[in-house]
Design a protein around this ligand. Structure first.
Ligand SMILES: NC(=O)c1ccc[n+]([C@@H]2O[C@H](COP(=O)([O-])OP(=O)(O)OC[C@H]3O[C@@H](n4cnc5c(N)ncnc54)[C@H](OP(=O)(O)O)[C@@H]3O)[C@@H](O)[C@H]2O)c1
Length: 319
């Protein structure tokens, strides 16, 4: 496992996404995945208050499952919990609410579900562009104190808003955002991936901002849903149509061929290359992965130490 020492934490550069834990993935399988991840040196566990709120009684299930696992294994102080707030769902529609009242309430609920009294990484799950960054940063100051939050960040914010918020925070002696979670992978961005205008991707402005300020990029959908691994291992013709619809642009098909060549030349697996793209990137990157099967997680952990050539990585520019 590769690690990065950031903001007083020694974070594994692979983070486990747990959105489906406790709902689509049973508690038993969730525990097996958490055990496997932890035993192989993984220590970053990513969740959110609203995960799977779109299924009956889903809200909070991911956090609760992690909370139960940490309590049973006695590992709260051995792992870093990244959770998110500020969003309610009606179906797959997201409603943002970054008011102080709401964030304090959500923080309380997260602590309870996770059976903990502190949060390592607390992220605003979406932006609420009509709310002033000044108000949001002042609110977060209070939330951090009440929730004993160690580090704050955002998901799906534009670089411009993050910069404005951090300028305000630094000018007023408040904690700035240090972590940005966004769609980022060796696949070039495609709007079909999420078909959700409230999500963002790693664009050039954000990329440069993170690099220049030594901040951490947390990549979601970091494996492009397994597109390259599946196409290389099982044959492109066997990749399912929905995955093709989400990823297979002309550019990504060219990238597929370059990844295939690199794997053959260096005798490494596509999983090593896809995750290495994030974990060996010029921007300090942490790859959040999720798996529907234990074998997928085994595959990721088995190949997560492979170094991928930085110069080779640079050809896949962000825009
Ligand atoms: N902040 C946000 O707005 C946001 C948004 C999205 C996600 N996230 C976070 O990021 C995490 C990861 O996102 P993601 O699920 O989109 O990531 P991902 O790892 O790119 O996609 C997961 C899918 O990839 C396939 N896969 C995984 N490992 C594989 C392997 N070794 N070989 C082949 N295929 C493999 C599986 O597809 P099949 O099941 O089809 O086989 C799996 O369901 C989430 O769990 C969540 O914590 C955050």
């Amino acid at each position: 496992m590769k690690y990065t020492n950031k903001f007083g934490m020694n974070l594994s550069k692979i983070g486990l996404g747990t959105g489906r834990f406790g709902t689509v993935v049973s508690e038993e399988t969730s525990f097996e995945m958490l055990d496997l991840f932890y035993e192989n040196g993984g220590n970053v566990i990513d969740t959110a208050r609203n995960y799977y709120e779109w299924v009956e009684n889903g809200r909070g299930k991911s956090e609760q499952t992690i909370g139960k696992w940490m309590a049973k294994r006695g590992v709260r102080d051995k792992v870093y919990i990244s959770t998110k707030c500020g969003v309610r769902n009606e179906g797959k529609t997201f409603y943002m609410n970054l008011s102080k009242e709401n964030l304090l309430e959500e923080c309380k609920q997260s602590l309870e579900a996770l059976q903990t009294d502190y949060i390592d990484i607390y992220l605003l799950h979406r932006d609420e562009p009509d709310r002033l960054v000044e108000e949001i940063m002042e609110t977060l100051q209070v939330v951090q104190e009440v929730g004993k939050v160690k580090t704050i960040g955002v998901c799906n914010w534009s670089a411009d808003r993050v910069k404005k918020a951090n300028i305000y925070a630094l000018e007023h002696g408040l904690a700035p955002f240090k972590i940005v979670q966004t769609w980022w992978s060796i696949a070039a961005y495609t709007p079909n991936m999420w078909n959700d205008p409230t999500t963002t991707w790693m664009d050039m402005e954000m990329y440069n901002y993170l690099k220049e300020n030594n901040l951490l990029g947390m990549a979601y959908t970091s494996q492009a849903k397994g597109f390259f691994q599946k196409a290389i291992r099982d044959g492109y013709e066997n990749v399912d149509d929905f995955l093709k619809h989400r990823v297979a642009t002309e550019e990504n098909l060219q990238r597929l061929e370059r990844i295939r060549e690199y794997c053959e030349q260096k005798k490494v697996s596509p999983t090593a290359v896809v995750n290495g793209y994030i974990t060996d990137n010029d921007v300090e990157g942490l790859a959040l992965v999720s798996c529907s099967k234990l074998e997928q997680l085994r595959d990721i952990l088995e190949h997560c130490d492979v170094s991928v050539d930085r110069e080779w990585i640079r050809q896949f520019e962000v825009r």
